[in-house]
Design a protein around this ligand. Structure first.
Ligand code: OSB
Ligand code: MG
Length: 396
């Protein structure tokens, strides 16, 4: 891919309002921005989505930085890749650390799509995601004529938006839901725990009888709470996300047998093989796919393809990201198996000013898929500089 340099930056920005889960509160978001520059001067961008502390996954900004600089960048420098699909395999000798790995892989997908002059959504769909149903047996990404794709626009031109309500206060959660519904969001996900679940969800359901609502528990329950969760069946929720332990498959399968609301796994899905296990065990009926957590877009597409073949719907999860990662998410969510609105909201949901331009906007409940090459958004260099704490350039 003719990489000449990779620049890493750590950025930090306050959220407009605190994001509460029963695990803790996020007020300030750090992230690692990766810029991969080729010999022609084209730049591709990726975002490392580890948090400052290991509350959601074991990785942190500091461990990602360590793994990127000490292991992943040297590996990539010694082993030039010709396609971003090779990156996950190249990194396979380094255990886990998926957030660090994805940061580079995402940057290389953006760069590759720009080199080929195609929108990233088209590249993902045409190479891996949009095989007609029934042809999944073919090796993913069986090469197609890239030149012939240049003129073709993404298969779909927009994706449905969805948003997360994560407030401590019931009145505030209701108020936020009303505002998001007003803004056109097609699905609202509500953070729950035993402290608020039925009360909050029934209030929202009472106010919005037809709204697609789902709940995300971030492991706030145990199997002993099955009866309590069963009561939520009457609220007609789209699904309950990750009620039980972050690394569990077996108890989720037991719980799914006891309740009729579909379960969705998020924290339990950190790789393609996790998705295979979850489906084999009957641990869930829906899967949340997060490219930044499963090792990159290549793995995310593999999970999508597998779930699609298995008849398991997927949706694109969020991790309070900046515009670069969100742009990658938009491209991913344009694949046909993403049949449920994801955590895909406007830049202004979290940020006073995002690091991309134009910012991501929601119009009539939809987000348009950019048609420009790569992620299809430019970087707001001025804003990026403002929020940068540290940067280093690695020459190839
Ligand atoms: O559990 O889905 C989650 C944010 C950070 C970490 C984990 C989760 C979340 C969200 C998504 O709920 C919020 C968003 O990015 O829109
Ligand atoms: Mg979740």
């Amino acid at each position: 891919m003719n990489i000449s340099a990779i620049k890493l930056s750590i950025i930090s920005m306050p959220l407009k309002q605190p994001f509460h889960t029963h695990l803790g509160t996020v007020k300030e978001r750090e992230a690692i921005i990766v810029e991969a520059i080729d010999r022609e001067g084209l730049s591709g961008f990726g975002e490392g989505v580890a948090f400052s502390s290991p509350w959601y996954t074991e990785e942190t900004v500091a461990t990602s930085w360590h793994v990127l600089t000490e292991f992943l960048l040297p590996l990539l420098k010694r082993n030039p890749v010709s396609h971003p699909r090779e990156v996950f395999g190249l990194f396979s000798g380094i255990r886990r650390n998926h957030m660090a790995k994805s940061a580079i892989e995402l940057a290389l997908w953006d760069l590759y799509a720009k080199q080929k002059q195609v929108p990233l959504a088209r590249l993902l769909g045409a190479e891996m995601g949009s095989a007609p149903f029934g042809t999944e047996g073919k090796s993913p990404g069986a090469e197609r004529d890239l030149a012939g794709m240049v003129e073709k626009l993404p298969r779909v031109d927009r994706i449905p938006s969805g948003v997360v309500v994560a407030s401590k206060d019931e009145a505030e959660a209701l108020e936020q839901t009303a505002k998001y519904v007003e803004e056109g969001y097609q699905r609202v996900k509500v953070k729950i725990s035993p402290a608020n679940d039925y009360k909050l969800l029934s209030a929202i359901r009472g106010a919005f009888s037809n709204l697609p609502i789902m709940a995300d528990a971030n492991s706030a329950y145990s199997l002993d709470d099955a009866e309590r969760l069963k009561v939520l069946d009457e609220l007609n929720l789209l699904m309950i996300e990750q009620p039980l332990a972050h690394n569990d498959f077996i108890e989720h399968a037991k719980l799914q047998k006891q309740i009729s609301t579909p379960l969705c796994l998020d924290e339990s899905i950190n790789s393609y093989s996790d998705a295979v296990m979850a489906i084999a065990f009957g641990s869930c009926r829906v899967i949340a796919v997060k490219a930044g957590k499963v090792g990159g877009l290549g793995e995310a597409v593999r999970i999508h393809d597998f779930c699609k073949a298995e008849g398991i719907p997927v949706w694109c999860g969020g991790m309070i990201e900046f515009g670069i990662s969100r742009a990658h998410n938009i491209a991913l969510a344009s694949l046909p198996g993403f049949t449920i609105p994801g955590d895909l909201s406007s830049s202004s949901r979290f940020w006073e000013e995002d690091i991309i331009e134009p910012e991501i906007t929601v119009e009539d409940g939809w987000i348009s898929i950019p048609r420009a090459p790569g992620i299809g958004f430019s970087i707001n260099r001025k804003r990026l500089e403002q929020v940068t704490l540290r940067e280093e350039v690695y020459r190839f």
